[in-house]
Design a protein around this ligand. Structure first.
Ligand code: GTP
Ligand code: MG
Length: 135
């Protein structure tokens, strides 16, 4: 079994999609082992998205992800990282398949509803960043 860090980003919370995302996760059989509604500070946001620090959209990304409450969750299950990425769909919502979270709900890459860790190594780092005293 594996863990992954999932965020329902501020656009997803603002649009009332917490229930939809949680329902898809549960229907798939992934287990929610931690969940918290919070607003990120800039420091945590920059640490979370550190790999994108040099990208032209980094400032926008940090503003967006700190711009309202989000839901952070830790999911557990066999190949949980890949399993959730499949539920989320491609990063660019125009290319993500209908039936996926992004494919069903989003149109713009900067507002794509959810985050899911991209590897077990990233997941370990992100789970520690978001839930330091629980994992
Ligand atoms: P995350 O799960 O959020 O990490 O998405 P991802 O792994 O599918 O994509 P990636 O890590 O490459 O990019 C992180 C996030 O940056 C994306 O989810 C987008 O919200 C945002 N992003 C990526 N490319 C662009 C871009 O060209 N413009 C803007 N505004 N945001 C972008
Ligand atoms: Mg990513």
């Amino acid at each position: 079994s594996e863990r992954t860090l999932v965020l329902i980003k501020p656009d997803g919370v603002r649009r009332g999609l917490i229930g939809d995302v949680v329902a898809r996760v549960e229907r798939k059989g992934l287990k929610i082992v931690a969940m918290d509604l919070r607003t990120l500070d800039a420091e945590t946001a920059k640490a979370h998205y550190g790999e994108h620090a040099e990208k032209p959209f980094f400032g926008e990304l940090v503003e967006f992800i700190t711009g309202g409450p989000l839901v952070a969750m830790v999911l557990e299950g066999p190949r949980a990282v890949e399993a959730f990425r499949a539920l989320a769909g491609a990063t660019d919502p125009v290319k993500s398949a209908p039936g996926t979270i992004r494919g069903d709900h989003a149109l713009e890459i900067g507002e794509n509803i959810v985050h899911g860790s991209d590897s077990p190594e990233s997941a370990a780092r992100e789970v520690k960043l978001f839930f330091p005293d629980r994992f």
